[in-house]
Each structure stands twice: as structure tokens, then as C-alpha cells.
Design a protein around this ligand. Structure first.
Ligand SMILES: [Zn+2]
Length: 415
């Protein structure tokens, strides 16, 4: 085995270089172009919720279906986000999630690297370098393109399992929650023969995790390795929602492909996974960054399955409600937590009027963004473009750059 390209030591070195490049006194360099309100200080917690493949019509349909609206309806900042990748044509989840994670546009298929393949530090790495806790929760497999773009770096999305394995062995993320357990089918029934091990970072990583012998990195920088607690049963995942929690948790829900969109199977739902992940990471005095992905909206939209898409949007909305319930449990949390709800790209060319699909692929249509909490108005100020239909338009890489600055203000601007 060759040495992993981006080990904890390499990351630490990259952080040192970034810090050394900052101007004397640690103040950020002034941005080029029109003056923007500064990135606010004192934002302790950032929650970025991504509905994979959801455009304006998906969100509007989800709002109508709920009758009483959806949690993001109450967010004061509402914008359109442009999703174009580097290069022509509509984006994919890898390029779009990389823009959100790193603040840099890249080509389709790239995970956390530039079009030329250069390593791009990401939101979770910067948050960790700044002393914050970090987590990612997805309703699909954690080696899927969107989570993988936040977990690591690879020239192509087909390397998601390797990216996940590197994150588990060498990274500093504290909570990784997803679906895709190799020993269960989509309804949560045990399989006679195991399915793909990619969602567990490959077979060896899975076996090492299960045997408790996975050599994990020092996540909190005290010089002592911080091993993972591997959680793979529904009851144990649900139990993580309250009370004392282990320091680092990798939770793989016992279902293939994705979490259930409904209560039938007994497998934890996205909102329950979010509650558990929040309980794992919310004790850090420096705050945390949590990424939440409703990952199966995209697949339903590729297949033109309107009811399944609506069910997946309902699971995503319930997950956002879980975030808001956590936030609103205390005035301190409410004052210090930025919540952003958006999508990586639109899938299906869904029409708002009659919910008909115009394609089985991704489109270049802008996607909505909803933001609430400290920093939300500063996001609005960065919407410097204009969409003829949707109004103020924020670039996805500008959003990523803003979030990166927000969680690690001692780093210089990205560009
Ligand atoms: Zn897709």
C-alpha cells in the first residue's frame, strides 16, 4: 500500500502553509471587486443541508405537499444559487459538492480537487484545523459523490470508497452517518451474501471497524489516536440521540443504498440520524460544522418518480426540522447557529406548474437557498449575480468560500 495522499500529517502541513500565508496580524486580505460585508465572527455552529438534485420545483412541491409549509419557509434569506461547474454543460454532484465544500469550481467527477487535480482544503478540514467538531449525515452511502467531496480528495468520484477509507483511517471528522450496510437489502432485511462494501470504505476497513482494530488518527490534536465507535444496528443508532455519546462515531444504518423514506422498516430515518450526529458533536466548546444530505432526491428525479421524490423531500424536511429543534432548545444555540438549506444541482427539469419531468438528467437551472441565523445576511450580500426568473443569484463556489472563511477566519481568502 502506498501512503495515502492526504494523511493527517499532510493536512497539518497544509494548514501551517495556509496560516503562514496570511497577512501579518492574521487579518484576512481584502476581497477584490465590490466591497462585501465582512465574514461575521462568533458564529459557533454551521449546519449545511443539501437536497441532492432538488430545484425550485422540488422545493415548491414539497412545500405544497406538506400543507402547512416546510421549515425553510420561515428562513429570512432566500436566494437562487448557480451550479455551473468548470467546463461546459450541467454539473454533477461531485463538482457541485466540491464547490460548496472548497469554494472552488471544478470539473464533473472531481472530488475535492481542482480541474488540474490539485488538492483543495475543504470546509470540514478547515473547521477541524480551527478546533471545531465536524460531522456529515447522508441518507445515501457515505462514499457517494456528495459526502465524499466533503470527506476527501480524489480525481474521480468512482474513488469514493477510498476517500471514505482515508477519512476513517487518517481524517479528523468526528461523525459520519449514512446508509449502505453491505449485509442488508434496501428494506433492511439481512442478505445471504453481502453486497458492496464501498459504503463502509471497502471490505478491509469494514472488517477492521467491526473487530475494533481500525487505527484511527488523532482527531482532536492531543497526540493520542481517537478511535471510531462503529455503530451498525438501528437500536444503537437511535440510542445515540440522547445522553452521553462516544467522541467519534461511524454509523452505517442497516439498509442497502439509502435510508427508508417512511416509517415501515424500523431502520433509522434521516431526521433520527441527524439527531444522533448532533448529539455526538455538539459538546465541542469551539462549535461544529455539520453537513446533512438528503441524497435520494436525485435518484428519484433521474427516474421521474414524483411520489418517491416527494417522500424523499419530506424526509429531508424532517431532518431540517430536527436541526431547528436542536437549535431552538436554547437561546445560546439559536444566537450562534447558522443554518443553510440548499441543493447541489437540479435533476429532471421538473416543472413547477404540473410536476412534469423534461429530462432524466441534471440541468443547469439554479437551485434555491434558504438561510437563517448569524451570517445569513452576509450570504445574501454575496449574491452578486442575477437570474432572470429567480432574482439575486449566488454562485455555489462563492457560498463555499464564504462558509470556509466563516468556520476558519484565520485562514486567508481562497482566491
Ligand atoms: Zn444525479
Amino acid at each position: 500500500m502506498t501512503r495515502p495522499p492526504f494523511s493527517a500529517a499532510v493536512l497539518a502541513a497544509a494548514a501551517a502553509v495556509l496560516l503562514a500565508q496570511s497577512v501579518p496580524g492574521g487579518a484576512p486580505r481584502a476581497p477584490r471587486g465590490p466591497a462585501l460585508p465582512p465574514v461575521p465572527a462568533g458564529v459557533r455552529n454551521v449546519v449545511l443541508c443539501i437536497a441532492d438534485g432538488a430545484g425550485f420545483a422540488h422545493f415548491a412541491a414539497a412545500e405544497r405537499r406538506a400543507g402547512h409549509g416546510r421549515p425553510w419557509d420561515r428562513f429570512p434569506v432566500r436566494l437562487a444559487v448557480g451550479t455551473a461547474p468548470a467546463g461546459a454543460g450541467p454539473t454533477d454532484s461531485a463538482a457541485a459538492a466540491t464547490a460548496l465544500a472548497t469554494g472552488v469550481k471544478t470539473r464533473r467527477g472531481a472530488l475535492g480537487v481542482s480541474p488540474a487535480g490539485a488538492y483543495l482544503p475543504n470546509l470540514l478540514e478547515r473547521a477541524e484545523a480551527a478546533g471545531r467538531a465536524t460531522g456529515i449525515v447522508t441518507s445515501v452511502a457515505p462514499d457517494d459523490a456528495t459526502p465524499a467531496a466533503f470527506l476527501g480528495h480524489a480525481p474521480h468520484r468512482s474513488e469514493g470508497a477510498r476517500v471514505l477509507a482515508d477519512a476513517l483511517r487518517h481524517g479528523a471528522v468526528d461523525a459520519i452517518f449514512g446508509a449502505g450496510h453491505p449485509e442488508f437489502d434496501e428494506a433492511g432485511r439481512p442478505l445471504r451474501r453481502p453486497g458492496p462494501y464501498g459504503p463502509a470504505g471497502g471490505r478491509r476497513t469494514f472488517e477492521d471497524l467491526r473487530a475494533g482494530r481500525l487505527a484511527a488518527a488523532d482527531a482532536d490534536g492531543d497526540g493520542v489516536p481517537d478511535p471510531w465507535t462503529f455503530v451498525e444496528t438501528s437500536s444503537r443508532i437511535l440510542a445515540l440521540g440522547e445522553g452521553p455519546a462516544p467522541k467519534r462515531v461511524f454509523a452505517l444504518a442497516p439498509a442497502a443504498k439509502s435510508l427508508p423514506a417512511g416509517p415501515a422498516t424500523g431502520v433509522p430515518r434521516l431526521a433520527e440520524m441527524v439527531r444522533a450526529a448532533l448529539n455526538v458533536i455538539d459538546g465541542d466548546p469551539e462549535g461544529f460544522v455539520l453537513v446533512v444530505e438528503g441524497g435520494a432526491v436525485d435518484g428519484a428525479s433521474h427516474r421521474g418518480q414524483t411520489e418517491r421524490m416527494l417522500a424523499e423531500m419530506a424526509e429531508f424536511a424532517a431532518a431540517v426540522e430536527a436541526v431547528l429543534a436542536w437549535r431552538d432548545a436554547s437561546p445560546e444555540r439559536a444566537a450562534a447557529t447558522l443554518v443553510v438549506v440548499t441543493a447541489d444541482h437540479e435533476t429532471g427539469g421538473l416543472s413547477e406548474a404540473d410536476l412534469t419531468w423534461s429530462t432524466d438528467r441534471h440541468t443547469d437551472a439554479p437551485v434555491p437557498l434558504f438561510a437563517a441565523g448569524p451570517g445569513a445576511e452576509e450570504i445574501r450580500a454575496r449574491a452578486t449575480g442575477r437570474d432572470p426568473r429567480r432574482g439575486p443569484l449566488l454562485d455555489n463556489a462563492a457560498l463555499g468560500a464564504f462558509l470556509n472563511r466563516l468556520v476558519a477566519p484565520r485562514f486567508p481568502p481562497l482566491h
